[in-house]
Design a protein around this ligand. Sequence first.
Ligand code: XMP
Length: 321
Amino acid sequence: EWTTASIVDDQVAKIREQIGDGRAICGLSGGVDSAVAAALVQRAIGDRLTCVFVDHGLLRAGERAQVERDFVAATGVNLVTVDARERFLEALAGVTDPEQKRKIIGREFIRVFEQAERDLKAQGDYRFLVQGTLYPDVVESGGGAGASNIKSHHNVGGLPEDLQFELVEPLRLLFKDEVRRVGLELGLPETIVHRQPFPGPGLGIRIIGEITHDRLETLRAADAIAREELTAAGLDRDIWQCPVVLLADVRSVGVQGDGRTYGHPVVLRPVSSEDAMTADWTRLPYDVLEHISTRITNEVAEVNRVVLDVTSKPPGTIEWE
Ligand code: XMP
């Protein structure tokens, strides 16, 4: 029978076979997938795994602290945190095309892991790179049977061609609900296992237009408010995720106090889904939408309009880029 425990045993055996007595680096994003992948590999090879958390500046508020606190507390894993904010901003300067953004982000992640590998040389040879790639990521990046490239997930289609690492991808055949069960089986806390998905390229693919420091600050503030209000309304487990998207190149006229404003809109994209392959837009209660809208327009200076995305997937995708 195909139980969660048997998936774990099976994957642990496969990982041991692949890595042997070698060492592995695992990029942690703060999301469920990389956390579960890391926990599986840790079970297989113990402290020959080192996790690397890359702060690429495209994170949501509080993300870095959460990984440093919750994940390390639950697993006791070796963790290295790299501040790569400037590096990513420089690499992304002037870029507006979604696929180009994804490829740059995927490449920069690898460059940071390569640097970490050199820094860890004294401990031994880190030849393997663990990624929390799921089945839907593979399919949508064009890796599955008959699928076309919808978007290059940063850890699949976004990898550089001169990749030196050998990849370890223990979740490659699993869907998100299975990954969550594996996480619970491995003893990860609910705060990690039931986190809503957040894409590796982070806020970078939620700013429509060029990514700049100021735009990131604006989006981070709006996103934090939306998350606070959804949590306060007790809706976290009812929605799959709710991207907040900044239309950075769009402006509209507004009025605040007795002055004219000319600010940017943000889009709320609440979705319900089983596996992210298809999704429906979530009918959020009007009073929750109202709270989010009022707070964002009051508290985030650059934003003077909040709009709601009522598109299913298909034809929309969940993320705007
Ligand atoms: P889309 O936008 O393709 O998103 O409908 C499906 C799910 O995948 C997440 N997503 C990503 N996750 N790297 C990731 O780790 C990526 O490059 C990436 N792109 C999309 C998205 O948040 C949604 O849950």
